[in-house]
Write a protein that binds this ligand. Sequence first.
Ligand SMILES: [Zn+2]
Length: 444
Amino acid sequence: MKIIGNCTLITLNKFIPFVSDGAVLEDEGLIVEVGETKVLRELYPHVEFLNMNGKIVLAGFLNAHMHLYSTFARGFGFGGASPRNFLEILKNIWWKLDKNLTTEEEIYFSALVPLIEGIKSGTTSIIDHHASFGLIDGSLDILENALLKTGVRGVLAYEVSDRWGSDLAQKSIAENVRFIKKAKNSPNKNFISASFGLHASLTLSDKTLDSCAENENKLGSGFHVHVAEGIEDVDDSMKKSGKRVLERLNDFGILGDKTLAIHCVHVNDKEIHLLKETNTMVVYNPESNMNNAVGVPPTIEIDNEGITIGLGTDGYTPSMLESIKVAYILPKFNYHDPRVGGDLAKRMLFENNSKIFSNFFEHPLGIIKKGSYADLVAFDYYPPTPINEDNFFGHLIFGLRENSLNTVIINGDVVMKNHELQKIDEKEVMSKAREIAKKFWEKM
Ligand SMILES: [Zn+2]
């Protein structure tokens, strides 16, 4: 049990949204009480006190779509001409990379790097979408080990695809089924959860989709699938089925209230209604969409329909602070209207991501309230203008930067203090990762 206090606390909890001399009482990984430092210290005089020295404290950020396996692409040239479109990006970069991930070491260190960088930018939980077609069996256990090593919470899934043939598609289905069952009975349930991963309609045959649906039906895990990210996905779906992507997936029972539809860049009004009807959740990854030049999702229309739309990074960056800053400005640029997107960005990062993660964990995340996980991030930020519950988001967008993130607490444990990771040697991991990456690049 400990009191984390002497901070400006932004809780997002409507009962006590803002406490200028705030503190939380933590016990066994959960928040037990929220209030003023003086009051909590008087009530619990013998409890350990963690002094935040006036820092701004928020709930840890949640990344609703990530690819930990993407690390070794960083700085790799991939040779030849630059990919000209989304399909070439997939074929020339990502599928080449995932087929060459063949060892436990490669997968483990690919994961450790962005987990560390995530902590250093305030991310305390992630929903990951994994591919390593050179080593499928047990690959999710390797990611689980990396999560447990760093202390970050994670929801894991393996992306089923027919792009490497039906044998590997079947192996990928088996990996999802095995790991979902394992996660359900895990002693680490507060840290590890699972979903059923699917790559995207364009690399999934009718037969494989049927098999996935049949297996998921027995597990009730929901799916984690890329949807209409590039126009190529729509064209392929029309060719295969005469239907658009979400209509095709819905025919196989892929949509539903536990399913995450990632991107939804090229969806029409009818498909947006379908998301609403099936209570499917959407995840927006603005930087990735811009980098792949696939377009901008109709986030405002999706939100207006009352669909839960959260925020991720798609492996483009491990930093949710980066992602939220782009999520905030991109709709303004896209809709040519400075009024749109700001309020939605705030709800995506906090309220909607919190809602999405609550499907996978027993206790609330992304909010500071009694009963939620004690996952906190503390910034050395001394506001140059007044700050309160109504305007803190303006401070977050225009004032908070990663280099001012000082302390990260997950499950009540301090995982970063004064910018230094406490559970893992960052320099040693990066040095080992560089060695492994060098050999991995030779294979590519
Ligand atoms: Zn993705």
